[in-house]
Design a protein around this ligand. Structure first.
Ligand SMILES: Cc1ncc(COP(=O)(O)O)c(C=O)c1O
Length: 379
């Protein structure tokens, strides 16, 4: 996969020259790929955390236009941001809501996950005046939100009262990326038992969804009507099946060279003097630091892309700046764009490979991209 050609950064003369390039066409194509791998099931597209750092409103609009059934986020605020951005499709608040937030959610047409047994009677009372759709979250093995199978029996009377508003039932895999599918299949069996218990009480949610990206890519979907992918929509994946499907990473992080200087051997660079130039070289300073979401522990470990090659990040990454070493004979000038996160998954500065370098997951790197970074959208 080739990187998009880089245009000069457009910016205010006094502004910071750092931007995330987000290819909405890639996100739409990833949606189509995921759906076709899952026999056309409908998709609740997970766009929480500012669409994993990509920008929730533009990404939400693109996914809505590309045929997502709805968008899923974690909080009321994230749902309101999408509605204010003109999104009209269903929006599911995965993290649940306190009863006092239900009137607002109802007025905004949000769908709400029921995440525990606590407020069921309050919900039934409030929904009569402020109706909305509910998805019942079942804790099949994730161990955080959701009604435990052992709690379900004691809640059935309350749930029957909520039945007119219950549209869906959902669970969440703890190990969908594990080559050993034992625990995931156990979660599926528990989900089935809970659904049967609900059906026996006269509650038959029209929608059922248990599958995140990895479950979609690995076919752990069983009788689900809907999918709930996040990461794979952005072209990122934890599993070989995702790479085999040629998911297209949608984001590149680009910074303009702010300063470049030739330094003699022995020059030290940055806080703590952790880099000492071994020979005469050029040091390029980029206006991107850990406050933007570029991890501090990429100092003396990360690389950036420039003119078809990669060059090392040297010295400590500071709050607003990082420094890159280049040989003296590499033509480079202030204003030249360098790629900090590549949209080529094979590149050493692709998000999946950087995550491996850091011993983390690509989610953490993309979600950390600060809102102060300009995002530029194209397709
Ligand atoms: C409840 C729930 N469903 C679905 C997802 C999407 O997961 P993924 O990004 O792995 O596809 C998440 C993500 O954290 C989630 O919390």
């Amino acid at each position: 996969m080739n990187e998009q050609p880089l245009e000069p950064l457009k910016r205010h003369p006094e502004g910071r020259a750092l931007r995330a390039e987000v290819d909405l066409g890639r996100i739409a194509r990833n949606l189509v790929r995921i759906r076709s791998a899952a026999e056309g099931r409908e998709v609740w597209a997970v766009v929480k955390a500012n669409a994993y750092g990509h920008g929730s409103v533009p990404v939400g609009r693109a996914l809505e236009a590309a045929g997502a059934h709805g968008l899923a986020i974690s909080s009321l605020e994230e749902g309101l941001e999408l509605r204010q951005g003109g999104i009209q499709c269903p929006i599911l608040v995965l993290g649940g809501l306190r009863p006092e937030a239900l009137p607002t959610a109802s007025a905004e047409g949000l769908t709400v996950a029921v995440v525990g047994p606590e407020h069921l009677a309050d919900y039934a009372r409030i929904l009569r005046a402020h109706p909305l759709r509910l998805h019942l979250k079942l804790d099949t093995g994730m161990g955080r939100f959701g009604l435990l199978p052992s709690e379900l029996g004691g809640c059935l009377d309350d749930l029957r009262r909520l039945a007119p508003w219950i549209e869906g039932a959902m669970g969440h895999f703890a190990t969908a990326d594990d080559p050993d599918t034992g625990f995931a299949l156990r979660q599926r069996r528990i989900f089935d038992v809970c659904l049967a218990q609900l059906a026996a009480a006269g509650i038959q949610p029209a929608q059922r969804h248990h599958g995140n990206s990895d479950a979609c890519l690995r076919g752990l979907l069983d009788q689900d009507t809907h999918l709930r992918p996040g990461l794979a929509l952005f072209g990122l994946t934890n599993v070989p099946e995702g790479r085999a499907m040629e998911l297209e990473p949608a984001l590149a992080l680009v910074a303009e060279v702010a300063r470049v200087k030739a330094v003699p051997a022995g020059t030290t660079v940055g806080y703590g003097r952790t880099f000492v130039a071994p020979q005469p070289m050029q040091i390029a300073t980029l206006a991107c630091g850990y406050a933007d979401g570029y991890r501090r522990d990429l100092g003396n470990r990360g690389v950036v892309g420039f003119a078809g090659r990669t060059f090392p990040v040297v010295g400590r990454v500071s709050m607003d700046y990082l420094t890159v070493a280049l040989p003296l004979d590499t033509p480079i000038a202030p204003g030249d764009p360098m790629t900090l996160f590549s949209s080529d998954p094979a590149a050493p500065h692709g998000l999946e490979r950087l995550a491996q370098t850091l011993g983390t997951i690509p989610y953490e790197l993309s979600c950390a991209l600060h809102r102060r970074i300009t995002r530029r959208y194209f397709s």
